[in-house]
Write a protein that binds this ligand. Sequence first.
Ligand code: F6P
Length: 342
Amino acid sequence: MRIGVLTGGGDCPGLNAVIRAIVRKGVERLGHEFVGYRDGWHGPLEGDVIPLGVPEVRGILPRGGTILGASRTNPFKQDGGAERIVENMASEGVDGLIAIGGEDTLGVAARLHAEHGVDVVGVPKTIDNDLGATDYTFGFDTAVNVAMEAIDRLQTTAESHHRVLIVEVMGRHAGWIALHAGLAGGANVILIPEQPFALDRVCQLVGQRLEAHFAPIVVVSEGAQPQGGMPETQAEGRDAFGHVRLGGIAHWLEGQIEERTGKETRATVLGHVQRGGTPTAFDRVLATRFGLHAVDAAHAGEWGKMTALRGIDIRLAELSEAVAQLKTVPKELYEEAEVFFG
Ligand code: F6P
């Protein structure tokens, strides 16, 4: 077979490890041929193809980002977009696709398969860890470790200056990064999108921590919401999948907490630092295993499926099941973290 590989949506550490595993096993063990589609769904939509053989994937295992490029292109937002993909694949002799992405990229893959008969296997990636059907996505562990290290570093400077420090992490609809980094870093309070927070309670917890002569670190997901409403967007407009660009809640909290507690408060927004750079060992191994199983699935004709981590096993899940519902932080897990608030 000739198989096209693409990486869509926001990039994350481990994408190159998946591509390498697909190509190494696919060429050397299974006898297939690969092409790389550039910049997510833009590639098959515009016929933007690059060679993808064993030489192209040498040395990329530890590299962050993606050698194929990424974008948030949505073919279903373009007239005849899906039909163009089918035509381009046929004219390039591409029999099937392996699409590596999050809810948006895999949502497109699921529709192309169900509505247009495109042979596609999905691989779940996102630092947000919010895809259904898999216990973890790769990229998440790296992002959590970056955020944890930032919290550790902020802790020492916060204590020297008796300040309140707020750390804003990514997580549009789900608070997984905030929850794990906050727990690992010993945060004073963790605020996530799933649990709208009361400012009075946050200030009370900050006060308790200051009374104990320790500096409070507030970890907040970019998508967290105060009870009664307010912070959400940073910029006007939406991307091709209808998402607003988030970011900035930490600065809003900075003003609110300083005003209410009278304590000097500063915000740090980690932003894309969490998405860049080299993947952790966990993410390299998970990404590699996903790549191996994705190419096996394509080889076996298991189209319309996605690789998924269940416990320590890699299984196949229906793409439609994986994108049907976002995996958010359950209340019980948040309650575990709450034990350490204040
Ligand atoms: O979906 C992953 C993610 O990193 C989100 O956490 C974040 O809201 C978004 O992507 C940012 O996307 P962009 O880099 O396109 O602004």
